[in-house]
Design a protein around this ligand. Structure first.
Ligand code: MLT
Length: 411
Protein backbone atom coordinates (compact mmCIF):
# COMPACT_ATOMS: atom_id res chain seq x y z
CA UNK A 1 0.00 0.00 0.00
CA UNK A 2 1.37 3.38 -0.94
CA UNK A 3 1.86 5.81 1.92
CA UNK A 4 2.00 9.58 2.00
CA UNK A 5 4.52 12.00 3.44
CA UNK A 6 2.85 12.33 6.84
CA UNK A 7 4.63 15.61 7.42
CA UNK A 8 2.13 17.23 5.06
CA UNK A 9 -0.60 16.34 7.54
CA UNK A 10 1.03 18.61 10.10
CA UNK A 11 0.53 21.68 7.89
CA UNK A 12 -2.01 24.20 9.12
CA UNK A 13 -5.10 24.59 6.91
CA UNK A 14 -4.22 25.88 3.45
CA UNK A 15 -1.24 27.90 2.40
CA UNK A 16 -2.02 31.49 3.46
CA UNK A 17 -2.69 33.03 0.05
CA UNK A 18 -4.94 30.26 -1.30
CA UNK A 19 -6.88 30.47 1.99
CA UNK A 20 -7.38 34.21 1.46
CA UNK A 21 -8.41 33.57 -2.14
CA UNK A 22 -10.92 30.97 -0.93
CA UNK A 23 -12.56 33.48 1.42
CA UNK A 24 -12.53 36.24 -1.18
CA UNK A 25 -13.99 33.97 -3.86
CA UNK A 26 -16.78 32.87 -1.53
CA UNK A 27 -17.57 36.52 -0.77
CA UNK A 28 -17.44 37.45 -4.47
CA UNK A 29 -19.77 34.57 -5.40
CA UNK A 30 -22.29 35.73 -2.80
CA UNK A 31 -21.88 39.42 -3.73
CA UNK A 32 -21.39 39.51 -7.50
CA UNK A 33 -21.74 43.32 -7.67
CA UNK A 34 -19.05 44.04 -5.08
CA UNK A 35 -16.03 45.84 -6.58
CA UNK A 36 -13.31 44.05 -4.70
CA UNK A 37 -9.84 45.62 -4.51
CA UNK A 38 -7.07 43.11 -3.81
CA UNK A 39 -4.12 44.36 -1.81
CA UNK A 40 -3.42 40.95 -0.34
CA UNK A 41 -0.89 38.81 -2.17
CA UNK A 42 2.11 40.80 -3.36
CA UNK A 43 1.44 40.26 -7.03
CA UNK A 44 2.42 42.96 -9.49
CA UNK A 45 -0.14 44.64 -11.71
CA UNK A 46 1.86 46.82 -14.10
CA UNK A 47 2.99 45.52 -17.52
CA UNK A 48 6.45 44.10 -18.17
CA UNK A 49 9.08 46.74 -19.03
CA UNK A 50 9.30 47.38 -22.76
CA UNK A 51 12.99 46.46 -22.83
CA UNK A 52 12.15 43.00 -21.45
CA UNK A 53 9.26 42.48 -23.86
CA UNK A 54 11.38 43.49 -26.84
CA UNK A 55 14.13 41.09 -25.79
CA UNK A 56 11.65 38.27 -25.29
CA UNK A 57 10.01 38.87 -28.69
CA UNK A 58 13.44 38.75 -30.33
CA UNK A 59 14.17 35.52 -28.45
CA UNK A 60 10.92 33.99 -29.68
CA UNK A 61 11.95 34.84 -33.25
CA UNK A 62 15.34 33.21 -32.64
CA UNK A 63 13.55 30.08 -31.52
CA UNK A 64 11.82 30.01 -34.91
CA UNK A 65 15.05 29.81 -36.88
CA UNK A 66 17.18 26.64 -36.96
CA UNK A 67 20.37 28.77 -36.89
CA UNK A 68 19.47 30.46 -33.60
CA UNK A 69 17.14 27.90 -32.04
CA UNK A 70 17.97 26.91 -28.44
CA UNK A 71 17.30 23.52 -26.87
CA UNK A 72 18.25 22.67 -23.31
CA UNK A 73 20.16 25.54 -21.77
CA UNK A 74 22.67 25.27 -18.94
CA UNK A 75 20.87 24.15 -15.77
CA UNK A 76 22.60 26.98 -13.89
CA UNK A 77 21.41 29.63 -16.35
CA UNK A 78 23.06 31.23 -19.38
CA UNK A 79 26.48 32.78 -18.74
CA UNK A 80 25.47 36.07 -20.39
CA UNK A 81 22.72 36.58 -17.78
CA UNK A 82 24.78 35.41 -14.81
CA UNK A 83 27.64 37.72 -15.80
CA UNK A 84 25.34 40.75 -15.99
CA UNK A 85 23.84 39.95 -12.60
CA UNK A 86 27.27 39.49 -11.03
CA UNK A 87 28.50 42.80 -12.44
CA UNK A 88 25.43 45.00 -11.89
CA UNK A 89 23.82 43.58 -8.75
CA UNK A 90 26.88 42.52 -6.81
CA UNK A 91 30.29 43.69 -8.03
CA UNK A 92 28.98 47.25 -8.57
CA UNK A 93 28.12 47.29 -4.84
CA UNK A 94 31.52 45.96 -3.83
CA UNK A 95 30.37 42.36 -3.32
CA UNK A 96 32.72 39.58 -4.29
CA UNK A 97 30.26 37.39 -6.21
CA UNK A 98 31.38 35.55 -9.33
CA UNK A 99 28.98 34.73 -12.17
CA UNK A 100 29.65 31.02 -11.61
CA UNK A 101 28.20 31.34 -8.09
CA UNK A 102 24.84 32.53 -9.45
CA UNK A 103 22.14 29.97 -10.27
CA UNK A 104 19.18 31.17 -12.33
CA UNK A 105 15.84 29.69 -11.29
CA UNK A 106 12.11 30.05 -11.73
CA UNK A 107 11.53 31.74 -8.38
CA UNK A 108 12.99 32.51 -5.00
CA UNK A 109 9.91 30.95 -3.40
CA UNK A 110 10.92 27.66 -5.06
CA UNK A 111 14.58 28.04 -4.19
CA UNK A 112 14.06 28.91 -0.52
CA UNK A 113 12.16 25.61 -0.30
CA UNK A 114 14.43 23.57 -2.58
CA UNK A 115 17.61 24.61 -0.77
CA UNK A 116 16.66 22.26 2.06
CA UNK A 117 17.50 19.35 -0.27
CA UNK A 118 21.20 19.88 0.36
CA UNK A 119 21.00 20.24 4.16
CA UNK A 120 20.72 17.59 6.83
CA UNK A 121 17.59 16.81 8.79
CA UNK A 122 18.97 17.58 12.22
CA UNK A 123 19.75 21.26 11.90
CA UNK A 124 18.34 23.70 14.45
CA UNK A 125 16.35 26.15 12.34
CA UNK A 126 15.46 29.74 13.19
CA UNK A 127 12.76 31.82 11.53
CA UNK A 128 11.42 35.23 12.37
CA UNK A 129 7.87 35.59 13.62
CA UNK A 130 6.04 36.88 11.59
CA UNK A 131 7.66 35.19 8.60
CA UNK A 132 7.13 34.45 4.91
CA UNK A 133 5.20 31.16 5.36
CA UNK A 134 7.20 29.25 2.74
CA UNK A 135 10.23 29.01 5.05
CA UNK A 136 8.17 27.31 7.74
CA UNK A 137 5.96 25.12 5.58
CA UNK A 138 8.84 23.70 3.54
CA UNK A 139 10.58 22.67 6.75
CA UNK A 140 7.37 21.03 7.96
CA UNK A 141 7.11 19.15 4.64
CA UNK A 142 10.72 18.03 4.98
CA UNK A 143 10.02 16.57 8.42
CA UNK A 144 12.15 19.10 10.28
CA UNK A 145 9.45 19.95 12.84
CA UNK A 146 6.98 18.41 15.21
CA UNK A 147 3.33 19.43 15.33
CA UNK A 148 1.98 22.96 15.51
CA UNK A 149 0.48 24.37 18.70
CA UNK A 150 -2.71 26.45 18.91
CA UNK A 151 -0.84 29.59 17.86
CA UNK A 152 0.49 27.77 14.79
CA UNK A 153 4.07 27.47 16.09
CA UNK A 154 5.81 24.25 15.14
CA UNK A 155 7.70 22.25 17.70
CA UNK A 156 11.39 22.21 16.89
CA UNK A 157 11.63 25.59 15.15
CA UNK A 158 13.24 28.55 16.89
CA UNK A 159 11.01 31.61 16.48
CA UNK A 160 12.59 35.05 16.65
CA UNK A 161 9.81 37.59 17.27
CA UNK A 162 10.00 40.76 15.18
CA UNK A 163 7.78 43.31 16.82
CA UNK A 164 7.30 47.06 17.15
CA UNK A 165 9.39 46.82 20.35
CA UNK A 166 12.49 45.64 18.47
CA UNK A 167 11.78 47.72 15.36
CA UNK A 168 10.82 44.53 13.51
CA UNK A 169 14.42 43.40 13.29
CA UNK A 170 15.32 39.90 14.40
CA UNK A 171 17.45 39.74 17.50
CA UNK A 172 20.19 37.13 17.66
CA UNK A 173 19.01 33.85 19.16
CA UNK A 174 20.16 33.07 22.66
CA UNK A 175 20.73 29.43 21.70
CA UNK A 176 22.81 27.96 18.89
CA UNK A 177 20.99 27.55 15.59
CA UNK A 178 22.34 26.07 12.37
CA UNK A 179 20.10 27.53 9.67
CA UNK A 180 18.63 31.02 9.84
CA UNK A 181 16.10 32.56 7.46
CA UNK A 182 16.33 36.33 7.14
CA UNK A 183 14.28 38.40 4.71
CA UNK A 184 15.17 42.08 4.26
CA UNK A 185 13.49 44.31 3.19
CA UNK A 186 11.10 42.22 5.18
CA UNK A 187 8.06 40.41 3.99
CA UNK A 188 5.61 40.95 5.69
CA UNK A 189 6.55 43.90 7.95
CA UNK A 190 8.40 46.09 5.43
CA UNK A 191 11.23 46.51 7.96
CA UNK A 192 14.85 46.81 6.86
CA UNK A 193 18.18 45.57 8.15
CA UNK A 194 20.99 48.05 8.69
CA UNK A 195 24.59 47.22 7.93
CA UNK A 196 25.29 46.82 11.67
CA UNK A 197 22.36 44.47 12.07
CA UNK A 198 23.55 42.22 9.24
CA UNK A 199 27.09 42.44 10.57
CA UNK A 200 25.89 41.05 13.90
CA UNK A 201 24.16 38.17 12.10
CA UNK A 202 27.22 37.36 10.03
CA UNK A 203 29.37 37.35 13.17
CA UNK A 204 26.86 35.08 14.92
CA UNK A 205 26.74 32.70 11.95
CA UNK A 206 30.51 32.51 11.65
CA UNK A 207 30.94 31.94 15.37
CA UNK A 208 28.36 29.15 15.38
CA UNK A 209 29.03 27.50 12.02
CA UNK A 210 25.50 28.51 10.92
CA UNK A 211 24.24 29.27 7.43
CA UNK A 212 22.03 32.30 6.77
CA UNK A 213 19.40 32.05 4.04
CA UNK A 214 19.13 35.69 3.04
CA UNK A 215 16.02 36.47 1.03
CA UNK A 216 16.62 39.77 -0.78
CA UNK A 217 13.63 39.54 -3.13
CA UNK A 218 12.66 43.13 -2.28
CA UNK A 219 16.11 44.77 -2.35
CA UNK A 220 15.16 46.96 -5.35
CA UNK A 221 12.66 48.78 -3.14
CA UNK A 222 15.33 50.14 -0.79
CA UNK A 223 15.31 53.93 -1.00
CA UNK A 224 17.72 54.73 1.85
CA UNK A 225 21.26 54.81 0.34
CA UNK A 226 22.79 53.72 3.65
CA UNK A 227 21.07 50.34 3.67
CA UNK A 228 22.78 47.21 2.31
CA UNK A 229 21.06 45.51 -0.64
CA UNK A 230 23.00 42.26 -0.36
CA UNK A 231 24.31 40.33 2.61
CA UNK A 232 27.59 40.05 0.70
CA UNK A 233 28.13 43.74 1.38
CA UNK A 234 29.06 42.51 4.85
CA UNK A 235 32.55 41.16 5.28
CA UNK A 236 32.60 37.44 5.97
CA UNK A 237 29.14 36.75 4.49
CA UNK A 238 30.65 34.64 1.72
CA UNK A 239 31.50 32.11 4.41
CA UNK A 240 28.06 31.88 5.96
CA UNK A 241 25.27 33.04 3.62
CA UNK A 242 23.20 32.00 0.62
CA UNK A 243 21.26 34.84 -1.02
CA UNK A 244 17.99 34.64 -2.94
CA UNK A 245 16.82 37.28 -5.40
CA UNK A 246 14.02 37.63 -7.86
CA UNK A 247 12.94 39.53 -10.97
CA UNK A 248 9.31 39.15 -9.85
CA UNK A 249 8.78 42.39 -8.04
CA UNK A 250 11.24 44.85 -9.58
CA UNK A 251 10.66 43.83 -13.21
CA UNK A 252 7.14 42.43 -12.93
CA UNK A 253 8.12 38.79 -13.58
CA UNK A 254 5.66 37.14 -11.14
CA UNK A 255 3.94 35.48 -14.08
CA UNK A 256 7.03 35.19 -16.28
CA UNK A 257 9.23 33.52 -13.62
CA UNK A 258 12.90 34.29 -13.18
CA UNK A 259 15.01 34.48 -10.04
CA UNK A 260 18.48 33.66 -8.81
CA UNK A 261 20.29 32.10 -5.92
CA UNK A 262 23.88 32.86 -4.96
CA UNK A 263 25.89 30.04 -3.41
CA UNK A 264 29.47 31.23 -2.81
CA UNK A 265 32.14 28.66 -3.56
CA UNK A 266 33.69 29.43 -0.18
CA UNK A 267 30.63 28.20 1.71
CA UNK A 268 30.81 24.85 3.49
CA UNK A 269 28.80 22.77 5.94
CA UNK A 270 29.60 19.54 7.76
CA UNK A 271 29.11 16.00 6.51
CA UNK A 272 28.19 13.29 9.01
CA UNK A 273 31.86 12.30 9.26
CA UNK A 274 32.76 15.85 10.30
CA UNK A 275 34.39 16.84 7.03
CA UNK A 276 33.65 20.15 5.33
CA UNK A 277 31.57 19.94 2.16
CA UNK A 278 31.26 22.73 -0.41
CA UNK A 279 27.63 23.72 -0.66
CA UNK A 280 28.11 25.06 -4.21
CA UNK A 281 28.94 21.54 -5.37
CA UNK A 282 25.85 20.06 -3.73
CA UNK A 283 23.53 22.77 -5.08
CA UNK A 284 25.04 22.40 -8.55
CA UNK A 285 24.49 18.64 -8.29
CA UNK A 286 20.93 19.19 -7.11
CA UNK A 287 20.09 21.66 -9.88
CA UNK A 288 21.64 19.60 -12.66
CA UNK A 289 19.61 16.59 -11.52
CA UNK A 290 16.25 18.15 -10.70
CA UNK A 291 16.09 21.28 -12.85
CA UNK A 292 16.49 22.06 -16.53
CA UNK A 293 16.80 25.80 -16.24
CA UNK A 294 14.59 28.76 -17.03
CA UNK A 295 13.51 29.19 -20.64
CA UNK A 296 15.86 30.97 -23.02
CA UNK A 297 13.14 33.51 -23.83
CA UNK A 298 12.61 34.45 -20.19
CA UNK A 299 16.33 34.69 -19.48
CA UNK A 300 16.72 37.06 -22.45
CA UNK A 301 13.92 39.14 -20.91
CA UNK A 302 15.73 39.18 -17.55
CA UNK A 303 18.99 40.14 -19.23
CA UNK A 304 17.28 43.24 -20.65
CA UNK A 305 16.70 44.48 -17.08
CA UNK A 306 20.41 45.42 -17.12
CA UNK A 307 20.33 47.49 -20.31
CA UNK A 308 20.10 51.28 -19.92
CA UNK A 309 16.44 51.28 -20.95
CA UNK A 310 15.72 48.24 -18.79
CA UNK A 311 17.28 49.89 -15.76
CA UNK A 312 15.26 53.08 -16.27
CA UNK A 313 12.04 51.14 -16.86
CA UNK A 314 12.41 48.85 -13.82
CA UNK A 315 13.30 51.86 -11.68
CA UNK A 316 10.11 53.53 -12.89
CA UNK A 317 8.10 50.45 -11.90
CA UNK A 318 9.69 50.35 -8.45
CA UNK A 319 9.05 54.09 -7.96
CA UNK A 320 5.45 53.65 -9.05
CA UNK A 321 4.80 50.97 -6.41
CA UNK A 322 6.69 52.96 -3.78
CA UNK A 323 4.45 55.97 -4.46
CA UNK A 324 1.52 53.61 -3.78
CA UNK A 325 3.17 52.60 -0.51
CA UNK A 326 3.53 56.26 0.43
CA UNK A 327 -0.15 56.91 -0.28
CA UNK A 328 -1.13 53.92 1.86
CA UNK A 329 1.09 55.03 4.73
CA UNK A 330 -0.01 58.65 4.62
CA UNK A 331 -3.74 58.01 4.31
CA UNK A 332 -3.85 55.45 7.09
CA UNK A 333 -1.68 57.57 9.36
CA UNK A 334 -3.98 60.56 8.76
CA UNK A 335 -6.88 58.35 9.85
CA UNK A 336 -5.05 57.68 13.11
CA UNK A 337 -4.06 54.12 12.19
CA UNK A 338 -0.56 53.04 13.19
CA UNK A 339 1.53 51.84 10.25
CA UNK A 340 5.07 50.49 9.81
CA UNK A 341 7.19 49.69 6.76
CA UNK A 342 6.38 50.93 3.27
CA UNK A 343 9.44 53.21 3.07
CA UNK A 344 12.07 50.78 1.78
CA UNK A 345 9.65 47.97 1.00
CA UNK A 346 6.41 47.53 -0.94
CA UNK A 347 4.53 46.28 2.13
CA UNK A 348 2.82 48.37 4.79
CA UNK A 349 2.37 46.66 8.15
CA UNK A 350 -0.73 48.02 9.83
CA UNK A 351 -1.71 47.78 13.50
CA UNK A 352 -5.36 46.74 13.35
CA UNK A 353 -7.67 49.48 14.63
CA UNK A 354 -9.58 48.93 17.88
CA UNK A 355 -7.48 45.88 18.73
CA UNK A 356 -9.32 43.73 16.22
CA UNK A 357 -7.73 40.36 15.56
CA UNK A 358 -6.01 40.06 12.19
CA UNK A 359 -8.68 37.79 10.67
CA UNK A 360 -11.54 39.89 12.15
CA UNK A 361 -10.07 42.97 10.49
CA UNK A 362 -9.65 40.98 7.26
CA UNK A 363 -13.31 39.93 7.33
CA UNK A 364 -14.52 43.43 8.26
CA UNK A 365 -12.54 45.06 5.45
CA UNK A 366 -13.74 42.49 2.94
CA UNK A 367 -17.38 42.68 3.98
CA UNK A 368 -17.76 46.41 4.63
CA UNK A 369 -15.44 48.08 2.09
CA UNK A 370 -14.56 45.15 -0.20
CA UNK A 371 -10.82 45.56 0.25
CA UNK A 372 -8.55 42.55 0.64
CA UNK A 373 -5.32 42.56 2.64
CA UNK A 374 -3.36 39.84 4.41
CA UNK A 375 -3.98 39.02 8.09
CA UNK A 376 -0.77 39.40 10.08
CA UNK A 377 -1.46 36.26 12.08
CA UNK A 378 -1.19 34.29 8.83
CA UNK A 379 2.54 35.06 8.94
CA UNK A 380 2.97 33.83 12.51
CA UNK A 381 1.75 34.21 16.07
CA UNK A 382 3.56 37.53 16.60
CA UNK A 383 1.70 38.93 13.57
CA UNK A 384 -1.59 38.76 15.47
CA UNK A 385 -3.17 42.22 15.67
CA UNK A 386 -1.45 43.31 12.46
CA UNK A 387 -2.46 43.39 8.83
CA UNK A 388 -0.33 43.62 5.68
CA UNK A 389 -1.29 45.90 2.82
CA UNK A 390 0.55 45.41 -0.45
CA UNK A 391 1.50 48.39 -2.60
CA UNK A 392 1.33 46.26 -5.75
CA UNK A 393 -1.71 47.58 -7.55
CA UNK A 394 -2.84 50.36 -9.88
CA UNK A 395 -2.82 53.93 -8.52
CA UNK A 396 -6.56 54.11 -8.99
CA UNK A 397 -7.18 50.98 -6.91
CA UNK A 398 -4.81 52.05 -4.14
CA UNK A 399 -6.42 55.49 -3.89
CA UNK A 400 -9.91 54.05 -3.95
CA UNK A 401 -9.02 51.40 -1.34
CA UNK A 402 -7.61 54.06 0.98
CA UNK A 403 -10.73 56.22 0.52
CA UNK A 404 -12.92 53.27 1.42
CA UNK A 405 -10.85 52.14 4.42
CA UNK A 406 -10.42 55.60 5.97
CA UNK A 407 -14.12 56.40 5.54
CA UNK A 408 -15.04 53.47 7.77
CA UNK A 409 -12.07 52.83 10.02
CA UNK A 410 -10.17 55.11 12.35
CA UNK A 411 -8.07 54.08 15.30
C1 MLT B 1 3.52 37.74 -0.81
O1 MLT B 1 2.43 38.26 -1.00
O2 MLT B 1 3.99 37.56 0.32
C2 MLT B 1 4.29 37.36 -2.01
O3 MLT B 1 3.50 37.32 -3.13
C3 MLT B 1 4.95 36.12 -1.79
C4 MLT B 1 5.69 35.60 -2.96
O4 MLT B 1 6.34 36.35 -3.67
O5 MLT B 1 5.64 34.39 -3.12
Amino acid sequence: MATVNDNYLKLKAGYLFPEIARRVNAFAAANPDAKIIRLGIGDVTEPLPEACRTAMIKAVEEMGDRATFQGYGPEQGYAWLREKIAAHDFQARGCEVDASEIFISDGSKCDTGNILDIFGDNNAIAVTDPVYPVYVDTNVMAGHTGDANEAGEYEGLVYLPITAENNFTAELPTQKVDLIYLCFPNNPTGAVATRDHLKAWVEYAKANGSIIFFDAAYEAFITDPELPHSIYEIEGARDCAIEFRSFSKNAGFTGTRCALTVVPKTLTAKAADGSDVELWKLWNRRQTTKFNGVSYIVQRGAEAVYSDEGKAQTQALVSFYMENAKIIREQLTAAGIQVYGGVNAPYVWVKTPNNLSSWDFFDKLLHTVNVVGTPGSGFGAAGEGYFRISAFNSRENVEEAMRRITSKFTA
